[in-house]
Design a protein. Structure first.
Length: 319
């Protein structure tokens, strides 16, 4: 009888984690155990912003000339300041629409005052705007603009400034000359007159003359009193000249020693145009106006020169 051989086998079952089991399976089957995967993220351009504009509250013009108005502003770019276009920032000013000089630009004058850097999001700019003496008084709006290298634009038009009124005139020449006359001469027009030029931005609505006596240079006991003169802003038409030789009367206002005499009453606001600052009595707009003088009567005085040196110069006042 054949004996059966019984062999006992001890089976040990070790429980592996699922991941290890899968790996083991891959090893057995020859599959790869890992792989590479590229990851991409696209960051879109961040448009710049213009958070701050720094300008004077008030600005004073310069008579007869120009004045440089300096305005600063700050640009922020979350793509860092290296993304800000340093040559495409500017200021534009808008004044009262009633004036022809309602706009001024900072063309090619803005410069950045902060170095571009990847660790900085801000850049400061300084701009210079040339203002003319006739630019309108009142409130001007400041439009600041900046761009980045992707041509995205930042704007700020919330800031304003006030251009102050400037009353400024130039008067030429400094001498009023009647030439050589004889006693008892009537209605003699001065051979040099006064040109009043409004070189500010304020209204000129009146012209006044404060006169003095002309005292003899050799014998000061003789004088030609201020009341012998008249002044006017009438045109050069013969019938409306300072001395009307046709009717024998003067068109001007008689002057009074040490007193301001109103010789014309002009009207209108000529601000905003260098050729429209003063109105003469005909209503024609012009930048300057001529004051003409008449010596109505040469009194009984002796032969010598008569001047205002001793009694004080005449004052022509525009306001």
């Amino acid at each position: 009888m054949q004996k059966s051989l019984v062999i006992s086998v001890l089976v040990i079952l070790t429980m592996l984690p699922l991941a290890s089991a899968v790996g083991l399976f891959d090893f057995i089957t020859g599959k790869a155990t890992q792989g590479d995967s590229n990851v991409t993220v696209a960051i879109a351009n961040s448009a710049p912003t213009l958070p701050a504009v720094f300008a004077p509250t008030n600005f004073q013009l310069v008579g007869t000339s120009t004045a440089n108005l300096v305005i600063n502003f700050t640009v922020r770019d979350d793509d860092r300041s290296t993304d800000i276009n340093r040559t495409a920032s500017y200021i534009q000013l808008h004044g009262p629409s009633s004036c022809s000089s309602y706009m001024r630009n900072s063309t090619n004058t803005c410069t950045n005052t902060t170095s571009a850097a990847n660790n900085n999001k801000f850049m400061n700019f300084t701009c210079t705007i040339v203002m003319n003496y006739w630019d309108c008084p009142g409130t001007w709006t400041i439009n600041a603009s900046a761009t980045d290298l992707s041509s995205a634009v930042a704007r700020n038009d919330t800031a304003t400034l006030t251009v102050d009124a400037l009353q400024y005139v130039t008067i030429t020449p400094s001498l009023i000359d009647f030439g050589t006359l004889v006693v008892s001469s009537n209605n003699r027009t001065a051979i040099t007159n006064t040109t009043v030029n409004n070189t500010g931005n304020d209204n000129v609505t009146n012209l006044r003359v404060n006169s003095t006596n002309l005292i003899g240079e050799t014998d000061n006991s003789f004088a030609i009193t201020a009341e012998n003169f008249s002044a006017t802003t009438h045109s050069t038409i013969a019938s409306r000249d300072a001395c009307d030789t046709v009717t024998g009367t003067s068109n001007g206002q008689q002057l009074v020693r040490y007193s301001y005499v109103n010789i014309t009453s002009t009207s209108g606001n000529g601000s905003g145009n260098p050729n429209a600052v003063v109105r003469n009595e005909t209503g024609a707009l012009q930048q300057n106006i001529e004051v003409r003088y008449c010596l109505q009567l040469v009194p009984d005085v002796i032969k010598q020169n008569y001047t205002t040196v001793a009694d004080g110069a005449w004052i022509i006042k525009a306001f």
